[in-house]
Design a protein around this ligand. Structure first.
Ligand code: XUL
Ligand code: CO
Length: 435
């Protein structure tokens, strides 16, 4: 079989190595707590970035060197990319991948032609999956690139566009199911508005909910048992997206009776665009029992763009894995590198450096988070902070058995409450002990 990357299978060499094409921390079969790193981390590669991102920006053309790609919109070229991709997954030791329908197969002149193109490329994915044992973490439909979606898809004011998008999602779900996908994601690229002067917000939200209910019904019809995800993002490309952050998504799902069917796929750079930390977004979702999967990337904090960089921050890796470990690990979800190289890093080998860095960062985060949990010091301090609630009074309030009248009686009898220090700096120093 031809090889497209002049790079060997990436070995684990440990923290002391100076080999840039080796893992320092990600050792797939090493056990951390109750599972191997491979089982904890469930890394996935994003087809749209790794195979399709030319690394262009608003001011310049793409720079990415893809010697295997002839630049044509042919099925032959699309299928060749699949082979290249599976070589990359194998050499990087990544078990899962994610795709949009239109990343993997060219859009045809008609919807029927697009569906045939998709089927043809999906057959190649199936062959490669069977050959390698690699798996599909989630699939999705690209409802934002084509000009027809310029004013949204499920929230487009135009019924024909809604109908087209529904058909596209139906097909994308079916091929995801065919490939044994463990999930299906909705990221509302243009499900929002550019200006409220032309927008009927209520109607658009009702339509989005109807769209998602139809997806749930279709999953039942075809026997797709994978998890549905919504991926929050506040803006870009639209001025405002309806699924702006985790709290907004949870509210929407609850309002439209969809909460039983959806979890969240949370992306670091989307969290920061929404003015939150990744830890905040993860905790809001986990607290609601709705943290499903993670798009692992990072942004440049002082730049208001979705820069989709690979995660290299050990603090971030630790915070992510703390939440994941505390919720008992992923079930259908995983860590999908929705990330691209910088435009300046255009050689194929840079794809390896980028993924190695992301995998090592999260593996390191996993080990540190595991130590933090095992060591109990920080968790004990948090429990201690709330210990006054471990009392008969606290219990009665928490179980809804007290009234304001009774609490007033108690407060009138007591002196001014005294609180201990929050000890933020001490805790921050302790966290650094584990790094
Ligand atoms: C865009 C983004 C998407 C979704 C899938 O910011 O994150 O790639 O992950 O549509
Ligand atoms: Co994403």
């Amino acid at each position: 079989m031809p090889e497209y990357f002049d790079v060997p299978v990436i070995p684990f060499e440990g923290p002391g190595t100076e080999n840039p094409l080796a893992f320092r921390h990600y050792n797939a079969d090493e056990v951390v707590g109750d599972k191997t790193m491979r089982e904890h981390l469930r890394f996935a590669c994003a087809y749209w970035h790794t195979m399709r991102n030319p690394l262009s920006d608003p001011f310049g053309v793409g720079t990415a060197q893809m010697p295997w790609d002839d630049g044509s919109q042919t099925l032959a070229n699309a299928k060749k990319r699949v082979k290249v991709f599976f070589e990359f997954l194998h050499k990087c030791g990544i078990d899962y991948y994610c795709f949009h329908d239109r990343d993997i197969a060219p859009e045809g002149k008609t919807l029927a032609q697009s569906n045939r193109n998709l089927d043809s490329v999906v057959a190649e994915f199936k062959r490669q999956q069977d050959r390698t044992g690699k798996k599909l973490l989630w699939g999705t439909a690209c409802l934002f690139t084509h000009p027809r979606y310029n004013q949204g898809a499920a929230t487009s004011p135009y019924l024909d566009v809604f109908t087209y998008a529904a058909a596209q999602v139906k097909k994308a779900m079916e091929v995801t199911h065919e490939l044994g996908g463990e999930g299906f994601t909705f990221w509302g690229g243009r499900e929002g508005y550019s200006t409220l002067w032309n927008t009927d917000m209520k109607r658009e939200l009702d339509h989005l909910a109807a769209f998602l209910h139809m997806a749930v019904d279709h999953a039942r019809r075809i026997g797709f048992k994978g998890q549905f995800y919504i991926e929050p993002k506040p803006q870009e490309p639209t001025t405002h997206q309806y699924d702006s952050d985790v709290a907004a998504c949870l509210n929407f799902l609850r309002e439209y009776d969809l909460l039983d069917h959806f979890k969240l796929n949370i992306e670091t750079n989307h969290a920061t665009l929404a003015g939150h930390s990744m830890l905040h977004e993860l905790l809001v979702a986990a607290t609601a029992g709705a943290l499903g999967s993670i798009d692992a990337n990072s942004g440049t904090p002082h730049c208001g763009w979705d820069t989709d960089q690979f995660p290299t921050d050990i603090y971030l890796g630790t915070q992510i894995m703390l939440v994941v470990l505390k919720m008992g690990g992923f079930t259908t979800g995983g860590l999908n590198f929705d990330a691209k190289r910088r435009r300046e890093s255009f050689e194929p080998v840079d794809l390896f450096h980028a993924h190695i860095g992301g995998m090592d960062t999260l593996a390191r985060g996993l080990k540190i988070a595991h130590r933090i949990i095992e060591d109990h010091r920080i968790c004990d301090l948090i429990s201690e902070r709330y210990s006054s609630w471990e009392s008969a009074l606290g219990h009665r309030i928490e179980t809804g058995k007290l009234t304001l009248v009774e609490l007033e009686k108690i407060a009138l009898r007591k002196k001014e409450p005294i609180t201990p220090s929050g000890r933020q700096e001490m805790l921050e120093n302790m966290v650094n002990d584990y790094m």
